[in-house]
Design a protein around this ligand. Structure first.
Ligand code: B16
Ligand code: MG
Length: 223
C-alpha cells in the first residue's frame, strides 16, 4: 500500500513544454545540414539525451558523421540556440495545474524530486521560478546513463532516502516510463500519447487532479 510517497517529476512535458524549443533548435540544425524533419518525428526525441537525439536526427537526414569532435560541435550549436529560448522562459510557462499540485505536496510534506535527462534543467527551473520546491534535483549533469536506464530515478530516490516502491514517477515519454518501471517505481504517464500505456495510470495533465486521487488509483491498481 502506497502512502505519502516521494514524487519524482520529469521536466520536459510534465512541468513545462520545452519540447517545442528543442524542436525549433534541432530543426534549425537539420536545415543547416540540408534536411528537415517533422513534429511527429520530434516525438521520438522526448526523454532522449542530447547525444542520442543528435544521432537519431542525423540518421533521419541520412548523414553519416562519426567524428566525435564534429558531433560535439553540432550538439553545442543546437544547445546554444536552445539556450536562447529557455533563458527567456517565465513562470507563465509552467503547465496548468502543476503549481497547485506541488503546493499540495508541500503542504502534505511529501518529498519532491526532479528526474530529468536535461543538462539545462537547473536553468529552466530557475527561469520558471520553482527551484525551491525541490528536495533533490537529478538531471543530465548527474547521470551517466540515459533513460530507459533507471539511473536518474534511482539517484533521485536515493537523494531523499526513499526506496523505489515508495516513489511515484511522473513521465511524459515512453522511455521514461520504461526507465521507471525497470527501477521498480510506481508510474504515472502524463499526456495523451499512446506511448504511455505501460504506465500504471495515465493523466492528461495536472489540472483538476489531486495527489490523493492519484494515490487512490495506484493503490486500487486501476488505470
Ligand atoms: P538537454 P526530460 C529531455 O528532458 C527532453 O525531453 C529531450 O528532448 C532532451 O533531448 C533531453 O532532455 C536532454 O536535454 O539537451 O537540455 O540536455 O523530458 O528528461 O526532462
Ligand atoms: Mg519528458
Amino acid at each position: 500500500m502506497l502512502k505519502n510517497s516521494t514524487c519524482i517529476f520529469d521536466l520536459d512535458g510534465v512541468i513545462c513544454d520545452t519540447a517545442k524549443y528543442h524542436f525549433k533548435a534541432w530543426r534549425r540544425l537539420a536545415n543547416e545540414l540540408g534536411f528537415d524533419f517533422t513534429e511527429e518525428d520530434n516525438e521520438k526525441l522526448k526523454g532522449v539525451s542530447r547525444t542520442e537525439s543528435l544521432k537519431l536526427i542525423l540518421q533521419w537526414g541520412k548523414k553519416e558523421i562519426t567524428d566525435e569532435a564534429e558531433l560535439e560541435r553540432l550538439a553545442d550549436m543546437k544547445n546554444e540556440w536552445y539556450l536562447d529560448y529557455i533563458t527567456r522562459m517565465t513562470p507563465e510557462e509552467i503547465l496548468p495545474g502543476v503549481k497547485n499540485f506541488l503546493d499540495e505536496l508541500k503542504k502534505k510534506k511529501i518529498k519532491i524530486v526532479l528526474g530529468s535527462a536535461s543538462k539545462n534543467a537547473q536553468i529552466i527551473l530557475d527561469k520558471i521560478g520553482i527551484t525551491d520546491y525541490f528536495d533533490a534535483i537529478i538531471d543530465g549533469t548527474k547521470t551517466t546513463k540515459s533513460k530507459p536506464d533507471p539511473e536518474v530515478f534511482l539517484l533521485g530516490a536515493e537523494a531523499v532516502k526513499a526506496k523505489p516502491k515508495e516513489c511515484i514517477v511522473f513521465e511524459d515519454a515512453q522511455k521514461g516510463i520504461e526507465a521507471a518501471l525497470k527501477g521498480g517505481f510506481y508510474t504515472v504517464g502524463v499526456g495523451n500519447s499512446d506511448a504511455l500505456e505501460e504506465a500504471q495510470i495515465i493523466i492528461p495533465g495536472f489540472e483538476y487532479i489531486e495527489y490523493k486521487e492519484i494515490l487512490e488509483a495506484l493503490n486500487a491498481g486501476t488505470k
